[in-house]
Design a protein around this ligand. Structure first.
Ligand SMILES: Nc1nc2c(ncn2[C@@H]2O[C@H](COP(=O)(O)OP(=O)(O)OP(=O)(O)O)[C@@H](O)[C@H]2O)c(=O)[nH]1
Ligand SMILES: [Mg+2]
Length: 230
């Protein structure tokens, strides 16, 4: 989408029927959108990728038996960012090693990657470096990456401190926060931050201040360790 068209749509966000002629329609949700991006969920098996997506899409938590994803699956959700309708096509990948070659094929098309570990699993955290190596090998150079420490509701089982996640993220220059696919803490924020970053990359106006994803997340995120959020 051109910057001019994005700007025009921003100025008139009333979504009149005339305007809808210029919008595209998402077949799965039947919603109109102005612009679409592909986002991929990555991380070890059982870190909570599928639950994270279901929480964002349906506002529900899949409790009970763990059913590992086979291969790859996707869901669409349209979010509003600065009066623009942004369709996120979210690819939920299988974390199990045996599906790795299937998922590699999809990296190239993704504009953003949400990389999850489980704060109660040291191995899932230790494997983040290997995931980042894979990302650098298979993904686009300018892909937006975000590191997420999931299952922050499991305070008593925690083995990875929040500071450790923060330190690793800083080392790789990527934004970070802790999330809970169970309670929903910071789930929507992760997708919205990515949508805002991607949207501004294609529709940045010369006089518009550049969107700072790190600052946005720091100002919006619900912190762990206090107030009963996590
Ligand atoms: N307490 C808690 N449990 C979670 C959370 N997210 C996921 N789980 C549980 O963790 C298990 C694994 O969740 P999934 O979302 O299926 O894991 P996955 O990353 O998709 O796993 P693969 O599909 O194998 O890659 C399930 O039993 C979930 O109920 C969370 O935020 N908090
Ligand atoms: Mg899954």
């Amino acid at each position: 989408m051109s910057a001019r068209r994005a700007s025009a749509l921003r100025e008139d966000s009333s979504s009149s029927s005339d305007e809808k002629q210029f919008l595209q329609r998402c077949p799965s949700t039947n919603e109109y959108f102005d612009i679409a991006f592909k986002v991929m969920l990555l991380g070890d098996s059982a870190v909570g990728k599928t639950c994270f997506l279901v929480q964002f899409k349906d506002g529900a938590f899949l409790a009970g038996n763990f059913i590992a994803t086979v291969g790859i699956d996707f869901r669409n959700k349209v979010v509003t960012v600065d009066n623009l309708k942004v369709k996120l096509q979210i690819w939920d990948t299988a974390g199990q090693e045996r599906f790795r070659s299937v998922t590699h094929a999809y990296y190239r098309d993704a504009q953003a990657l949400l990389l999850l570990y489980d704060i109660t699993s040291k191995s899932s955290f230790d494997n983040i470096r290997a995931w980042l190596t894979e990302i650098h090998e298979y993904a686009q150079k300018d892909v937006v990456i975000m590191l997420l420490g999931n299952k922050s509701d499991m305070v008593h089982e925690r083995v990875i401190k929040q500071e450790e996640g923060q330190k690793l993220a800083r080392e790789y220059g990527v934004p970070f926060m802790e999330t809970s696919a169970k309670t929903g803490v910071n789930v929507e924020l992760a997708f919205l931050a990515v949508a805002k970053e991607l949207k501004q990359r294609v529709s940045q106006q010369p006089n518009e201040p550049k969107f700072q994803i790190h600052e946005y997340i720091e100002s919006q995120k619900q912190k762990s360790g206090c107030c009963g959020f996590m």
